[in-house]
Structures are given as structure tokens and as C-alpha cells.
Ligand binder design. Structure first.
Ligand SMILES: Cc1ncc(COP(=O)(O)O)c(C=O)c1O
Length: 488
């Protein structure tokens, strides 16, 4: 019954003449329903809205809200996404009236508390990165990448250098080349290096006075720390290029090593991943960037500064700023959650969380490797990429079959088919917030699934309202509205 309802729209539930409640027109003219609408927009024609009563609407949305999986309802080992538990304490702190009731147009003197939080957040992120200048504006990791590349572009232009090339390994997240192309650079993808690492000889071939930036995720998207990252950074710097660290995988290295210490010049954070902003389904996000001091002048403005004499916080636009990339101060709701998370854990807590994230990933990898071998790396960082290629060949069971069947057993699926360098990839990121019992149950379930009839797996999941949507069609031809015209 619930599943049946879930595939219906409010328009399907519509019955002519049915409505929730009818209130009398307000006798205060300024509160009447049409008072603020200019006359030219008013019409006597009824709008084509569904005609439903209040209980139907409430049940419709309440049922819909229970159909998806979330970190609060299910184990969610989605590789590269750091779906860790979001502590409710930080949700509560981020919702206190003194913060949520502020308006960004208020005068700076009225915003001192919020500005102090932002200033301290800039400082903490700079410290964790080993890169002192921070902008909190970008609203997601991908926007952080684009922003940093625009900063790099402004920096090279200012120096009169014609640098056109952005280089990245073949395991790069798709947003890296997308950001580089959007920022106007030419994209160069390296081939497959040994054990999934960068091939230094191949990299060298692309380094010259036109090289702008080398972008690399570290730990990389195979869950491995690039052993030659120091050497790679040195090679880039020798030709005057910059190193961009995609910080999506910071969960593995907090308080242990810093992008600035291993040669990075710029990086982004995914606050929504590493510092527990609830995320998924496209938002909300926050992707602050941290850069070396010689790039600080180009950051988007405003940034928050502190007047040493008065102790007052103020908004400042850096001297050669690339301009705004987001309204007001960035995605404040997520930044606040991240701020309280960082304040709660402190330096020692951050280091401990990374150690636990790495321990959990290695534990699960060892439990699963006899059925899901991991082609690259004996030890992993906070995640690992296994391959279902042999299962595909021997039993016809694909990575997708396993992922889909996991939903029937109440587990969110790991990431599949990314990175592209591993055939039939299954990318598992357990996170530090899961217990040994949960990891054991997950491993046991995978074992059970692989022993099941492959035919059953090909049509899984069997317990969800929608089983196997056409992914390509859904992405290429999304239908996001309902109207009779959409049916045509
Ligand atoms: C390695 C990597 N880089 C960049 C991004 C982009 O981050 P966002 O989704 O916040 O735009 C992701 C997101 O999944 C990622 O995994």
C-alpha cells in the first residue's frame, strides 16, 4: 500500500472539488491573500493544482520521506562520499536562535558573533590544511575546485604567464576536469600508473612553462596515499606550476599530515563530508578553499578579518579578488555544523577520528578480500576499491547486482563503477562512526548475496518501490515537473 502510494503524485490523488480547508478572507486588507500581488498578475481562472485534502497531503509527503535511505536510518558506506553520522548536538547548536535569526544584510556590528565563528573557521581550516588563506564561499567541493582554478588563473595572468594546461591522473573525480575546462584550461589526463599511482615519467613529459596546475586527490580515489606526492609537488614547482589537492578524502589524514606540508598550494574541503554536514541527493554542501599566502590576494571576497586594535570582526575583499562566487558568507548552515564539530573534537579528536576511519576500512577490506579482491594496495586509507570482475566472469554477478541486492538487506550500496580504472569497481568507505558489529553484518551480507541465485540478483532490489531505473535516461533526460504536457 505504502509503496503503491509512493509512485503516485499529488495530481494522481486529486479529486475535483476536494480541498483541505477554506478560511474566510482576512478582514485586515493588508493581510488579504491578494494584497501584495500586482493587479496585472491576478486572474480569476483557477490554477491547475491538485485538489486534495490535508490528511492526503501529509500522508503523501510523510510516506515519501520514509522511502529513501539516510545515515540516520541505514548503514551508508558510499565510497568517496564520507557518509558519517551527523552528531545531533551540532545540529542543535547550529540551530540556536542567535544564529539562525540573523540576516546577512545586518550591519557588521550586529553580526560580530557570526563573523567571529567564520573567522575562527577560516583559521582552523587554514591550520588543518597547512595553507593559511581561506575562503568559505564555495558551496560544494566542485565549486571549490573551480574557484581555486580561477584564483590560479588570476595569479598567472597577473604575473604575465601564459599557462594553459591542467593535468590530472586517470583516477581523478570527474569534477576535476570539469572544473578545469570551465575555468578555461586545457585538460590533460595521465595514463594508468603502476599500482594506481602517478607515473612520474609520464607527468614529466607534460611539464613546461605552459603547465598551470596539477590536480590530485590525496589519498587518491583508490583509497591510497600517493607515496611520491612530495616529489610530484617539487616537479610542478620547478616549472612554476601549482599543485591542487582535492580534499574530498581529508577524512583519512586529519591531524596526521597536511596538504600544505606535502607540497599542495591550493585545496578544497568538503565540509559536508569530512566535518559532518548532512548531505546527499545534491545538497546542501560547503567547499571552502585554502591556499598559500601568495595566492591570498586573489581569493573571492569578502573574507572575514579581525581588527587587531578594536578586536572587531569585519568583512574585507582581497586586493586582487576574483570576485564573489556565492551570495553572502557561503553556505552558513553547513559551515556552522562543521565549526561546532571541529570545536568539539579539537586537534587530538580529529587525529583519532582519521585513525579510526582508516582502521575500519582496513578491517572491512580484510574481511571481504577473499570474495571481493582489492587490485591496488595491501593497506588502504579510509576507503578501498574492490573488484567484482571475477564474479562477473565466473557467475555473471556484476558490481551493480551486489549493490542493488544490498538495498533489500537494509544497507545503502557502496559506490560502484568509480574510479573507472578498476573493472567492476565497488568502492567502500565505512567511516569511523560505525561499530565492528555493523561492519561484520555488512561483510556477512555481501557473502550471503554472492551465494544467492544470480537470477535473483539481476532483478534486485525487490523491496523498493522502484527497482532498476534507467540511470542513463534519468540523467540525460530528466523529467522534473508534472504537467499534462510532460506525459505527451
Ligand atoms: C574525490 C572527489 N572530488 C570532488 C568531489 C566533488 O565534491 P562535491 O560533491 O561537494 O561537489 C567529490 C564528490 O563526490 C569527490 O568524491
Amino acid at each position: 500500500m505504502r509503496n503503491e502510494q509512493a509512485t503516485q503524485l499529488l495530481f494522481d490523488l486529486s479529486v475535483p472539488g476536494r480541498c483541505g480547508a477554506e478560511y474566510p478572507e482576512s478582514d485586515c486588507p493588508e493581510f488579504s491573500s491578494t494584497a501584495c500581488i500586482p493587479a496585472e498578475f491576478l486572474s480569476d481562472e483557477p490554477l491547475p493544482l491538485p485538489e486534495v485534502n490535508e490528511p492526503d497531503v501529509i500522508r503523501h509527503f510523510t510516506n515519501l520521506s520514509t522511502l529513501n535511505m539516510s545515515v540516520d536510518t541505514h548503514y551508508y558506506p558510499l565510497g568517496s562520499c564520507t557518509m558519517k553520522y551527523n552528531p545531533k548536538r551540532h545540529e542543535r547548536l547550529a540551530s540556536i536562535a542567535g544564529l539562525v535569526d540573523l540576516h546577512p544584510w545586518q550591519a557588521e556590528e550586529d553580526l560580530q558573533g557570526m563573523l567571529q565563528i567564520q573567522f575562527e573557521m577560516q583559521q582552523m581550516l587554514g591550520e588543518i590544511a597547512g595553507l593559511p588563506a581561506v575562503s568559505l564561499q564555495p558551496a560544494a567541493g566542485a565549486q571549490g575546485e573551480l574557484t581555486a582554478l580561477l584564483v590560479a588563473s588570476a595569479y598567472f595572468k597577473d604575473r604575465g604567464e601564459n599557462r594553459t594546461k591542467v593535468i590530472f591522473p586517470n583516477s581523478a573525480h570527474g569534477t576535476n576536469p570539469a572544473s578545469a575546462a570551465l575555468a578555461g584550461f586545457d585538460c590533460i589526463q595521465l595514463g594508468a600508473g603502476k599500482n594506481g599511482f602517478v607515473d612520474l615519467d609520464e607527468l614529466k613529459e607534460h611539464l613546461d612553462e605552459h603547465t598551470a596546475v596539477f590536480m590530485i586527490t590525496n589519498p587518491n580515489t583508490l583509497g591510497l596515499f600517493e607515496p611520491e606526492i612530495g616529489k610530484i609537488s617539487k616537479m610542478l614547482h620547478e616549472v612554476g606550476g601549482l599543485v591542487y589537492i582535492d580534499g574530498a578524502n581529508m577524512n583519512a589524514i586529519l591531524g596526521i599530515t597536511r596538504p600544505g606540508d606535502f607540497g599542495g598550494d591550493m585545496m578544497h574541503y568538503n565540509v559536508h563530508k569530512t566535518f559532518t554536514g548532512p548531505h546527499g541527493a545534491g545538497g546542501p554542501g560547503s567547499g571552502p578553499i585554502a591556499v598559500r599566502d601568495f595566492l591570498a590576494d586573489y581569493l573571492p571576497g569578502p573574507v572575514v578579518a579581525r581588527d587587531e586594535e578594536s578586536g572587531q570582526y569585519k568583512l574585507e575583499t582581497p586586493a586582487k579578488s576574483i570576485g564573489r562566487v556565492r551570495s553572502f558568507f557561503g553556505n552558513v548552515g553547513i559551515l556552522l555544523r562543521g565549526y561546532f564539530y571541529l570545536r568539539t573534537l579539537g586537534g587530538d579528536g580529529l587525529k583519532e577520528l582519521s585513525e579510526h576511519a582508516v582502521l575500519n576500512a582496513n578491517y572491512l577490506k580484510e574481511k571481504l578480500k577473499h570474495i571481493l579482491p582489492v587490485p591496488n594496495g595491501e593497506r588502504c586509507m579510509h576507503e578501498f576499491v574492490a573488484s567484482a570482475q571475477h564474479l562477473q566472469k565466473e557467475l555473471g554477478i556484476s558490481a551493480m547486482d551486489i549493490a542493488k541486492r544490498l538495498l533489500d538487506y537494509g544497507f545503502h550500496a557502496p559506490t560502484v563503477y568509480f574510479p573507472l580504472v578498476v573493472p567492476e569497481a565497488i568502492m567502500v568507505e565505512p567511516t569511523e562512526t560505525e561499530s565492528k558489529a555493523t561492519l561484520d553484518a555488512f561483510a556477512a551480507t555481501i557473502e550471503k548475496i554472492i551465494a544467492e541465485d544470480p537470477e535473483l540478483l539481476h532483478t534486485a532490489p525487490h523491496s523498493t518501490p522502484v527497482s532498476r531505473p534507467n540511470d542513463v535516461q534519468a540523467a540525460r533526460n530528466p523529467v522534473l515537473c508534472w504537467s499534462p504536457a510532460c506525459d505527451a
